[in-house]
Structures are given as structure tokens and as C-alpha cells.
Design a protein around this ligand. Structure first.
Ligand SMILES: Nc1nc2c(c(=O)[nH]1)N[C@H]1C(S)=C(S)[C@@H](COP(=O)(O)OP(=O)(O)OC[C@H]3O[C@@H](n4cnc5c(=O)[nH]c(N)nc54)[C@H](O)[C@@H]3O)O[C@H]1N2
Ligand SMILES: Nc1nc2c(c(=O)[nH]1)N[C@H]1C(S)=C(S)[C@@H](COP(=O)(O)OP(=O)(O)OC[C@H]3O[C@@H](n4cnc5c(=O)[nH]c(N)nc54)[C@H](O)[C@@H]3O)O[C@H]1N2
Ligand SMILES: [Mo]
Length: 773
């Protein structure tokens, strides 16, 4: 499956391939009828066409609906559009399947047998429907009562020598209320070991913006998207991973705004779309442009590119000082002269070499920047998952600052968040490096004595499990076994634990790769109604633009044995902390009580219960939006980092980025197809430049072996992948996560952010030894 054993075929983590695969150039617009067809297929496979269709009409509606559990892009506040997308639909229906995984399933299959199943088949088995405990004697998961499960968690945690011997992971879908209870339990227990998916995702964005602007979040909202003159999308495959952006790109194009895509790959969203929500367009196949300029930066070259833009802007300002926003720079920023000196000192030859973009194109980009009064720069993983992710985002902010593109209508930085509530998780306390102020408030309001020392991030937690320093691993959602780097190392780390606890909706690899003792605790999904003693409960989430709103399930739970995440957390907390003064059960009876406490602890949550019920909720205040910069100097800070010295992979080597296909959500894979890249039936591929293929004597679909060279010198290989020609710069390559996590060594993480550098793997690609077999 992994392709890491020579002689065994690389199958990928999707459905079992049937041996047929194909590639065609994708000339169609993004979204439109292809999307509709793909949705139909997924609904059919999930066996949920009717429920699926009904659910869609309840999703993301002003009131009474549930929040799309897919990406974090905000809903359309005008309520005029049926604001949903192909991939949100796939995501919802995946949760709505009627298939169950309960005691009969586990009685029929040992865990060793399930270890041989594909990841697709594990998830396709259906929704987890009752709590299960691993029984080593029979090598099976056996039923366990909720009370016994909580007691196992509680007694194991109480038996540790130190609370720091446990780690508590969060994947970014947990509601705000469950998030708050989770971190309260963990901190009352005594550790800040709260690694989360952000450690692999947007940690760099938070760090960079905090240092530069005194906020970890983007400053723009949808109103700004509506009014901007230029949108730059950097390292974001929007048509696949945040498809609702297409609507905004198309509208911006109609207004004549400049739409710039900065990406080593030419992605579908950079050309044309049929706006997914406009049925007239669907009917007439009318397409709209969603790109006006493609800048094919080399992998890891974004910082040099942005510095080039900065340099050209300063050059233009030498003849026309009005190019810079002098007043803004003077009143609100710090360090512009140092930044000017840095730009002047960096020669064009270096910028061109390191960005992989010719000087005239960098100048054109700068020209367009100067001509646009209001500019939004949005970015995603193509920018963050690098050694220099933090410095690169600082450089993006530098460029915005030069023309006062922060804290004014239609302009600003906009990290495109991943999981639907990843931003809310951080707001509500999931952070392995919590701030003093937050801890003081938590201590005071909740009457606990929270630990003050930093906890472990994802990579550190995995290392600690591997070395036996962390013995208990609790996971609220997610699939760490596959999402984390260095798959075999991560597997060994999980297996080295005394106890692993997975609170999940679907069976996945992290249940199969487990500790000496293991629990599967099935929870309600976001689509399901949540009844507690105090009646039906709603939970809140925060989208990528800081809007907090309430979400209610719309259907009865798939099994009567499921519990809500809040209820499971309270159960584990009570069993861990017998002397706790926290009213755990009262919180579960009525989530308004959790929100009342949150209102006292969290900034901006005053009157939470009332405001969360407003149509579309409320927006968390964002001082940087009003040019209030909460940095030590009180001003926005220019970043002065050195340009990366690691863009060149070395002679004969390539830089490989791991990316998502159109038919997956992180580690959940819907099919082996990648529609917009024209690929069918195959995930074990590397996209390469045709010259790099020719140099290696490779034709389309030839078998290759891919070896990564880790920064600690170790090498890892996947065998029997297939080379596919793609519009990508020379010496750059791409392939799919989570398969290629095998190639990212545990040492390969950023010293700036701690993020695994999964868009920056140094590799050698050679014709496969599998060819000889
Ligand atoms: N359908 C669907 N939606 C999702 C997800 C999903 O898996 N499926 N995942 C969710 C999550 S958690 C997240 S974080 C987001 C992820 O959303 P994206 O960031 O769009 O995810 P990736 O597929 O990893 O794609 C990254 C893009 O970066 C480009 N890239 C690679 N290296 C570089 C580089 O050095 N510079 C630049 N400029 N670009 C580069 C790649 O070509 C690719 O287009 O999407 C969220 N939404
Ligand atoms: N090589 C490489 N690795 C990467 C990345 C990359 O670009 N390249 N991207 C990274 C990024 S950005 C991220 S965010 C991580 C993602 O890492 P994770 O968030 O850990 O992984 P997911 O695949 O999103 O988790 C899927 C599982 O979540 C569970 N689940 C789904 N819905 C719910 C729910 O409502 N409640 C609960 N409790 N469980 C639920 C299901 O059991 C499902 O199997 O992966 C990272 N890993
Ligand atoms: Mo993410």
C-alpha cells in the first residue's frame, strides 16, 4: 500500500485500483456540470441520495442549518446564493452514510486483518456506532460501556508520573464549546500538551501575522472581497480546496479586478469557472474568468518573489513617491527604511534565481500591484509548509504595508484556513503555547491552576511518544497516523503508547495503528441532532473571516449509542479529575452554560449566547482591521528575514510538494481520480516537468522510484510510482498526500514554525527498479 517496500506494488490510499488509468488535458471550466456529476456519484456510493440532497438545502443557511464540515471559507451573508460546493457536498454525504460499524463488524475482523485493508475500505465501512476497546487476547475491538471507557482513560491518566506524559490532539472540526471543555480538562489535569492540525497547516501564518500585526488571523471579510481591485492567490488550489472562493473570483473578474495566481502548478481555478451557484450559468455553460495572471514561482520561491515586488515598488517610488502610502508608513509601521535597504541590497539576479520568475514578470506583477488601489493577498499551504513559511508570510505583509493595504476597505492579508473550525479551536484555547493573559483569565474564572510551561506540538509529541516520554495519546477527531510526517516513525510512536483514545466518526488508520490499550469512542457528526437534558443543543464555529455562528444538526444520529463530543469530553474529564470543582455534567446538560463561562474567559465573547444566535452570528473584533496593532511597538512591523538558502534542491534533484487531489479531504479519499488535473484511476503519481522527464528517459506513466533526502541525511524511498507530465517549473515536482508522507522525515520540520515541510521535500526520481520485474 505504502509503496515503501520494493517488489510490492504501490497502490495508494484510495480504493483498490483496477489497473486502468488515464490522463487527458482538462479544458473544461472549474465547477459546473463536471462537479454536479461527481456529486451524484458520491451520493450514490454513500447510499444516501435522498438524505444527501435534503441535507444540502439545510447547510450554511441563515438559521436552523448546520455549518459545512468541509473547509473554513465563510458563508455568503446575503443569503441569496445557495452557498455550497461540490466538495462540501461530498463531505456531508460521507458523514450521512447509513452503513454502521459496530460490534458485529469488529467481531468479524481482527485488527491484524483490518491492517491489510485499504484506507478507503476502512472509512467506507460506515459510521462508528458504539464505543469499543481493544482486546489483545483476541486481537479484536470488543464493546465497552461508556462508563468503563471513561474509567480506563481516567485511571490511566491518573496513574502517570506526570501530566506531561499525555498528549491531546485536535483536528480542526471540533466545535468551540467542545474545544473549550477539552482544553479546560487538559489544563486542569496539568499540561499544555495540546498539539493540533494547525501545527501542520497554518501555524506559520499565525506566527508571522502575530509578529507583524499583533493578530494571528486575517483581517479581511467578504465585504472586502466584494470591493477589492486585485486578489492574489498564493499556494492555494482554490477550485478543489475552497471551491466557494470561485464565486468571489468570478464576481471580481466581472468588476474588472486583477486575479493573480502564484503557484508552481497551473491549477484549474486559475483559468475559468462556471460559477457553481448560478444555475443559469450552469444551464448555458456560460463561463467566467477567474484568473488574469499566472505566476509560476518555483517551489519555495515565494519569499524571493515578494521581495522582488517590494524592490520594484521602491524603485517606482524613486520617481513617484505617491506609490508608497507615506502617511500610513509614518503613522502605523516600524522598519520600512530597513526593509528598503534590504530590498536595494538584494540583486535582481538573486531574486530571479530564487523565485524562478523572470525579472520582467516580477516587474509586471509589481506594476499591477501599484495600479490596484485595494489589494487582498490570500494564501494557503503552498506558502506555509516550508522551512521559511513564517518569513515568507512576513514578506507578503511587507508588500501589503508599503501601500497601506491593511486596515482599509477591500484590502488585507487573508490566510485561507483549512478545517471548518480550525480557527475557532485556536480562539477557544487549543494552543500548545498559550498566552499568559489567557491562562490568568482561565485560572480566575474556572478556579484552576493551569500549567504555565509550553506544551508539545505535533512533531514533538510524536517524537515523545516514540521515545516513551508520552504514554497516552488522546485524539479528538483527525487521523494522525496518516496526516503526520514519516509514516513508519509515526506508526511506531502510536504503537509505543500505553493507551490511545480516538474520538471519531469513521474508522481510519489511527484506530488500527494503536497503543497497547486502545479505545474508539464514536461521536455525533455536525449533521446530527444533539439532544441533552436541557433539550436540543447547537454548537458554534468560527470561519476563516472570524464570524462565529451557531450550527444545529438536521437528522437523527446514525446510532443511539453515539455521544456528543462535549459529553464524551466531560465523561473523560470527570473520570480523570475526581476532585474537580468544574460543573462538567451541568455543562453537558445545556451548552449555554459552557458559553456563559467562555464569555468570561475569552476576549470578544461578551454576551456570547445572545450574539451567537443572531442571523449569521457575530464577528470577533479584530483590532488590526482598524489599524490597532497589538505588537510590542504598537505598530505594524516590517519583517527583515534573510532569503531562503534552500530553494535549490541540488544537482540532479527535484523539490517535491505534497498536495491534495480533487477527490479527497485530507486523509479521507473519495476516489482515485483528480478531475481538474485530468487524471483518472491513479494516486501513486509524481507530476513532473517534461524536460525533467526527458533527462531521465521517462515517458508518460513510466514507473519511477522517488527517494527523499532528509535534513538528517536519512533517505526514504517509494517504489513503483508513475511519472506524469505537468505544467510545473523545472526541478519541481508534486504528488499526493497522505501517501507521500512516507518521504517526509520526522526531522524535516521548520525551525520557524515547527511545521513539517511537506511542500519542500528534496528528492531524487529515477526509473523504477520495478520496471525490471
Ligand atoms: N476538498 C477539500 N477541501 C479541503 C481539504 C481537502 O483535503 N479537500 N483540506 C482542507 C485543509 S485542512 C486545508 S489546510 C486546505 C488546503 O488547501 P491547499 O493549500 O489548496 O491544499 P494543497 O492541495 O496542499 O495545495 C497547495 C497548493 O500549493 C501549491 N504549491 C506547492 N508548493 C508551492 C510553493 O512553494 N509556492 C506556492 N506559491 N505554491 C505552492 C500547489 O501547487 C497547490 O496548488 O484545504 C481545506 N479544504
Ligand atoms: N504530506 C502532507 N501531510 C499533511 C498535509 C499536506 O499538505 N501534506 N496537510 C496537513 C494539514 S493542512 C492538515 S489540517 C492535517 C489533517 O489532519 P487530520 O485533521 O488529523 O486528518 P483528517 O483526514 O482531516 O481526519 C479525518 C478523520 O476525522 C474524523 N472525523 C470526521 N468528522 C469528525 C467529527 O465531526 N468529529 C470527530 N471527532 N471526528 C471526525 C473521521 O474519523 C476521519 O477519519 O494533515 C496534514 N498533513
Ligand atoms: Mo489543514
Amino acid at each position: 500500500m505504502l509503496g515503501s517496500v520494493p517488489g510490492t506494488p504501490a497502490l495508494g490510499r484510495g480504493p483498490a485500483p483496477d489497473g486502468s488509468f488515464s490522463r487527458h488535458e482538462y479544458h473544461h471550466p472549474a465547477a459546473g456540470w463536471g462537479a454536479a456529476k461527481s456529486v451524484g456519484e458520491v451520493l450514490e456510493k454513500a447510499g444516501a441520495p435522498v438524505e444527501g440532497a435534503r441535507a444540502l438545502f439545510l447547510m450554511n443557511q441563515e438559521d436552523g442549518g448546520f455549518d459545512c464540515p468541509g473547509c473554513a471559507w465563510p458563508d455568503d451573508p446575503s443569503g441569496l446564493r445557495l452557498d455550497l460546493c461540490e466538495n462540501g457536498v461530498k463531505h456531508v454525504t460521507w458523514e450521512l452514510t447509513r452503513k454502521h460499524v459496530g460490534r458485529d463488524f469488529f467481531a468479524a475482523h481482527t485488527v491484524s486483518e483490518l491492517a491489510g485493508w485499504s484506507d478507503y475500505d476502512l472509512e467506507a465501512a460506515g459510521r462508528l456506532s458504539e464505543p469499543m476497546r481493544y482486546d489483545a487476547a483476541s486481537d479484536r475491538y470488543v464493546p465497552v460501556s461508556w462508563e468503563d471507557a471513561f474509567e480506563l482513560v481516567g485511571s490511566t491518566l491518573r496513574g502517570l508520573q506526570s501530566p506531561h506524559q499525555a498528549a491531546f490532539y485536535t483536528s480542526g472540526r471540533l466545535s468551540n464549546e467542545a474545544t473549550f471543555l477539552y482544553q479546560l480538562w487538559v489544563r486542569e489535569f496539568g499540561t499544555n500538551n495540546l498539539p493540533d492540525c494547525s501545527n501542520m497547516c497554518h501555524e506559520a501564518s499565525g506566527r508571522a501575522m502575530m509578529a507583524a500585526l499583533g493578530t494571528g488571523k486575517g483581517t479581511v471579510d467578504l465585504g472586502d472581497w466584494e470591493r477589492t481591485d486585485a486578489i492574489w492567490l498564493m499556494g492555494d488550489n482554490a477550485a478543489t480546496n475552497a471551491p466557494r472562493i470561485l464565486t468571489w473570483l468570478a464576481e471580481a473578474d466581472r468588476r474588472g479586478a486583477e486575479l493573480v495566481h502564484i503557484n508552481p502548478l497551473i491549477e484549474a481555478a486559475s483559468r475559468r469557472t462556471i460559477v457553481p451557484h448560478e444555475f443559469a450559468d450552469m444551464a448555458t455553460f456560460r463561463t467566467t474568468k477567474v484568473g488574469t495572471m499566472n505566476v509560476q514561482v518555483r517551489i519555495g520561491g515565494d519569499m524571493a518573489l515578494m521581495r522582488g515586488v517590494g524592490k520594484a515598488v521602491f524603485e517606482a517610488a524613486a520617481t513617484d513617491p505617491g506609490v508608497l502610502d507615506g502617511e500610513f508608513l509614518e503613522l502605523y509601521t516600524h522598519g520600512v527604511e530597513e526593509y528598503r535597504a534590504l530590498c536595494e541590497a538584494t540583486p535582481w539576479s538573486e531574486l530571479v534565481r530564487d523565485s524562478g520568475v523572470e525579472e520582467p514578470l516580477i516587474r509586471r506583477l509589481a506594476d499591477s500591484y501599484v495600479k490596484s488601489r485595494r489589494v487582498i493577498i490570500a494564501w494557503c499551504l503552498g506558502v506555509t509548509q516550508h522551512e521559511h513559511g513564517v518569513d515568507t508570510i512576513r514578506e507578503i505583509v511587507n508588500v501589503l504595508l508599503l501601500r497601506g493595504n491593511i486596515g482599509r476597505e477591500g484590502a488585507g492579508p487573508c490566510p485561507v484556513r483549512g478545517h471548518s473550525n480550525v480557527q475557532g479551536n485556536r480562539t477557544c484555547g487549543i494552543n500548545h503555547r498559550p498566552g499568559e493573559q489567557f491562562l490568568d483569565r482561565l485560572a480566575q474564572v474556572c478556579d484552576i491552576d493551569p500549567p504555565r510551561e509550553d506544551g508539545l506540538n505535533v512533531v514533538q509529541a510524536i517524537e515523545a511518544m516514540h521515545q516513551g516520554r508520552v504514554k497516552v495519546f488522546v485524539s479528538l477527531g483527525g487521523n494522525l497516523a496518516l496526516a503526520a510526517p514519516d509514516t513508519s516513525y509515526t506508526f511506531a510512536a502510536l504503537q509505543n503508547c500505553e493507551l490511545t483514545v480516538q474520538v471519531s466518526t469513521k474508522l481510519n488508520r489511527s484506530h488500527i495503528v494503536h497503543g497497547r490499550q486502545a479505545l474508539i469512542l464514536p461521536c455525533l457528526g455536525r449533521t446530527e441532532k444533539d439532544y441533552q437534558a436541557g433539550g436540543e443543543q447547537g454548537v458554534s464555529v468560527e470561519d476563516a473571516m472570524s464570524m462565529v455562528h451557531i450550527s444545529y444538526g438536521m437528522k437523527d444520529p446514525v446510532s443511539p449509542h453515539l455521544r456528543s463530543e462535549c459529553s464524551i469530553l466531560a465523561g473523560m474529564a470527570q473520570a480523570t479529575l475526581p476532585g474537580s470543582n468544574t460543573p462538567w455534567q451541568r455543562y453537558v446538560e445545556d451548552y449555554d452554560r459552557i458559553r456563559n463561562t467562555m464569555a468570561q474567559v475569552l476576549d470578544g465573547f461578551e454576551d456570547f449566547n445572545a450574539r451567537v444566535r443572531y442571523p449569521h452570528g457575530f464577528r470577533l473584533s479584530q483590532p488590526a482591521r482598524e489599524r490597532g496593532f497589538l505588537t510590542p511597538s504598537g505598530r505594524a512591523e516590517f519583517g527583515l528575514g534573510p532569503l531562503p538558502d534552500d530553494v535549490d534542491p541540488g544537482k540532479g534533484r527535484l523539490m517535491l510538494a505534497t498536495i491534495r487531489s480533487h477527490d479527497q479531504f485530507n486523509t479521507t479519499i473519495y476516489s482515485n481520480d483528480d478531475r481538474y488535473r485530468g487524471l483518472k484511476g491513479l494516486r501513486t503519481v509524481v507530476f513532473m516537468n517534461s524536460d525533467d522527464m526527458r533527462d531521465r528517459g521517462l515517458d508518460e506513466f513510466d514507473l519511477v522510484d522517488v527517494t527523499s533526502i532528509s535534513r538528517d541525511g536519512s533517505r526514504r524511498t517509494v517504489y513503483g510510482y508513475r511519472a506524469v507530465r505537468y505544467e510545473v517549473p523545472r526541478a519541481c515536482a508534486a504528488g499526493y498526500m497522505p501517501e507521500l508522507n512516507v518521504l517526509c522525515g520526522i526531522a524535516d520540520h521548520s525551525t520557524e514554525s515547527g511545521q513539517p515541510v511537506t511542500k519542500h521535500l528534496k528528492v531524487e526520481i529515477t526509473p523504477s527498479r520495478e520496471n525490471e520485474r
